[in-house]
Design a protein around this ligand. Structure first.
Ligand SMILES: [Zn+2]
Length: 282
């Protein structure tokens, strides 16, 4: 009898060890997974051939967390998230179902006359190089968490364009809005959403003057189209520091702040990411 009770307890403790904050997720959003267990190591997950490591949650005892970013282009269907870890020399697996659902993002229809216009080779070269440089940054993971207070918005103005808005050109889905746009006239101070290290501080073709902050453990926040950049690569920045001034540099029609997030290299809704990251402390 005692033995049965003990086995049941062990099974139950295993069942409740892994917490997933949701059973379904919109494309372009992020999932937070937490596992509370003593004496485990090598905690990781697999989702659709993607491997992501868990990190120790510094705000909670014996708790590990992982952020699973869902690409905007992830197919809508049921998936299985497999979590594994090592305990007492044994590898243990746990699975959870996760459904990716349509984010129901609004469409922005843009009708442009068909032209045979081709960008100059020098511009193609420049944008290719800038993309490769940025992806190298986004795909690298600093082991330590570089913040310890809640994430905040980079400014408190009206949101003029949400993440995910579909850009339909001549009836075809061409791209989507990869961040959140905040209203900001030229020269508005922009603050760091949280502490970290500046990894990009550069003028780029599309995003203009751009600052990217590494917050550690695969999380990056990005601030584009600035008129002034106050920090350079390698600088340590604290939450609330004025990283620069808003502007209309790069490929834009007017001044505003484009604020975006990359998690493990994948572009996700920055406001959704902020609310999840702030759950790590609660
Ligand atoms: Zn934007």
């Amino acid at each position: 009898m005692k033995k049965i009770l003990l086995i049941t307890l062990i099974l139950l403790s295993n069942l409740f060890a892994l917490q997933i904050n949701q059973r379904s997720v919109k494309n372009g959003n992020t999932v937070l997974l937490e596992i509370k267990k003593q004496n485990i190591s090598d905690v990781k997950l697999t989702f659709d051939k993607q491997n992501i490591n868990f990190f120790k949650n510094p705000f909670k005892e014996n708790t590990y967390y992982a952020l699973l970013p869902i690409s905007y282009y992830q197919k809508e269907k049921d998936y299985r998230v497999i979590v594994s870890y090592i305990k007492n020399g044994k590898k243990i697996f746990e699975g959870k179902s996760l459904k990716v659902i349509d984010g129901k993002y609004k469409s922005e229809v843009i009708n442009v006359p068909k032209t045979k216009f081709k960008p100059k080779p020098s511009r193609i070269q420049r944008t290719k190089k800038e993309y490769a440089q940025a992806m190298k940054v986004y795909n690298s993971t600093s082991k330590e968490i570089l913040w310890n207070e809640d994430f905040i918005y980079p400014l408190n103005t009206k949101i003029t364009s949400n993440f995910g808005t579909k850009r339909v050109y001549n009836g075809k889905l061409k791209s989507y809005h990869s961040g959140t746009d905040f209203r900001a006239k030229n020269g508005t101070p922009i603050i760091a959403s949280n502490s970290g290290i500046v990894k990009i501080s550069q003028n780029r073709f599309y995003s203009g003057n751009s600052i990217v902050i590494d917050h550690g453990q695969g999380v990056y926040s990005c601030y584009f189209h600035l008129s002034k950049m106050n920090y350079k690569v390698g600088d340590i920045i604290k939450k609330g520091d004025i990283l620069g001034l808003s502007g209309d540099t790069g490929r834009v029609t007017g001044p505003h702040l484009h604020f975006s997030f990359r998690i493990h290299g994948i572009q996700v809704d920055p406001l959704d990411a902020i609310s999840l990251l702030n759950q790590l402390k609660s």
